[in-house]
Ligand binder design. Structure first.
Ligand code: FAD
Length: 351
């Protein structure tokens, strides 16, 4: 048994590290538990060509600017991994890995964190486990009958794995558009989206999205009309490779198919597309199964929160995941503010 500590942070990706930064500043006694053997959270597992949709200076965690990489306006995922590894070291964040948290339980005045390498007691818990480990694939008739390969965004690495193949990419968000643009020169691509792709204006990148999220936050804080989330601007950031493929007329989207056959996909009007592989770029769900023992789940699988604080358990904060834990909280630049709020709220609670 380890502890009791003031705080156990579950997850050592960007959200967990931002929490650690603020907990350290407030002088709290904490540990960060992360299942990955190496630093970098989900950024370690993205496809080879993925670049951020914001310049380095607009992709930084609290306290330390991400250094730009010469010649790269939008840093590659590998650059983010290096930045997060350095961030951990610079602030001497106590990250324990690999440690998988199996469950968080009530235990008299503490929360008991059960892991695959022992038990930790904490006065408060910050859950920052992200979404990458819970890929979502919709139920489509015939899906199990398909004889080709089926994979999700999390398994896609490189167009070279699909050279010359017939590939159906499903999804009209950033992952779908970027993977379609990545594949289109090497594979025979069919891109399928639920609705007509909605590109943000070409001059909008992560900077403008963050400004929009901040303005929304301010409006909500001041009781003014909700300006709408960044989704109101569009679904796809026109990053350079997406813009190039779209402008070359290579990104033509088909509407969503109605069923999957053993050899491809079929639409109600009789159209079919044969395929060697289907890549599902259909999103993620929050990784919250370790919190199931607390019985806090609300609608849509989320845990209801006020800001980052769980309504049913004030000693628990949720960080990252999506807008429901704070505007832009699932981005590098956006997680700093909710991390600060969570650390301050815990500090006040423990006092
Ligand atoms: P993660 O990075 O997933 O970290 C969570 C950590 O918790 C992981 O190490 C995980 O293994 C660990 N964990 C999970 N469960 C447990 C458990 N039970 N016990 C212990 N550890 C556990 N954001 C930007 O700011 N700019 C961008 O350009 C950008 N592009 C993106 C492109 C794509 C394709 C995607 C999917 C996201 C992008 N994002 C971008 C969004 C966001 O920055 C990432 O999703 C980010 O990785 C979320 O960080 P996190 O710390 O919340 O989660």
């Amino acid at each position: 048994m380890r502890g009791p500590l003031d705080v156990v942070v579950i997850g050592g990706g960007q959200a967990g590290l931002a929490a650690g930064y603020h907990l350290r500043r407030l002088g709290l006694d904490f540990a960060i538990l992360d299942v990955q053997p190496t630093p970098g959270g989900a950024w370690q597992h993205t496809w080879d060509s993925l670049h951020l949709f914001s310049p380095a200076a607009f992709s930084s965690l609290p306290g330390r600017l991400m250094a730009p990489k010469p010649g790269e306006t939008y840093p590659a995922a590998a650059h983010v991994v290096g930045y997060l590894a350095d961030y951990e070291q610079r602030y001497e964040l106590p990250v324990h890995r690999p440690v998988r948290v199996a469950g968080v339980h009530h235990d008299s005045e503490f929360l008991r964190v059960e892991t695959d390498s022992g038990t930790w007691l904490a006065r408060a818990v910050i859950s920052a486990t992200g979404t990458w480990s819970r890929p979502f694939v919709p139920a489509v008739p015939g899906r199990m009958s398909f004889q080709g390969a089926q994979l999700h965004t999390v398994e896609y690495r490189s167009p070279h794995d699909f050279a010359g193949q017939r590939v159906i990419v499903v999804g009209g968000g950033n992952s779908g558009a970027q993977i379609a643009a990545d594949l289109v020169y090497d594979a025979e691509l069919t891109w399928v989206t639920l609705r007509e792709p909605r590109y943000l204006a070409d001059d909008i990148d992560g900077r403008a999205l963050f400004d929009h999220a901040t303005a929304r936050r301010r409006a909500l804080d001041e009781g003014r009309t909700d300006t709408g989330g960044v989704a109101s601007l569009g679904d796809i950031v026109a990053v350079p490779p997406v813009r190039a493929a779209r402008n070359a007329g290579l990104l033509k989207a088909q509407p969503m198919f109605d069923r999957i056959t053993p050899t491809g996909t079929a639409w109600a009007d009789g159209m079919t597309a044969e395929a060697d592989a289907i890549i599902w770029c259909t999103g993620f769900r929050p990784a919250l199964s370790h919190l199931a023992p607390l019985s806090l789940r609300g609608p849509r699988g989320h845990i209801p929160t006020t800001g980052t604080q769980a309504i049913g358990e004030p000693r628990l904060h949720l960080l990252g995941y999506g807008d429901w834990t704070g505007p832009a909280s699932a981005t590098l630049i956006g997680v700093g503010r909710p991390a600060r709020e969570a650390a301050r709220a815990i500090s006040a609670l423990l006092r």
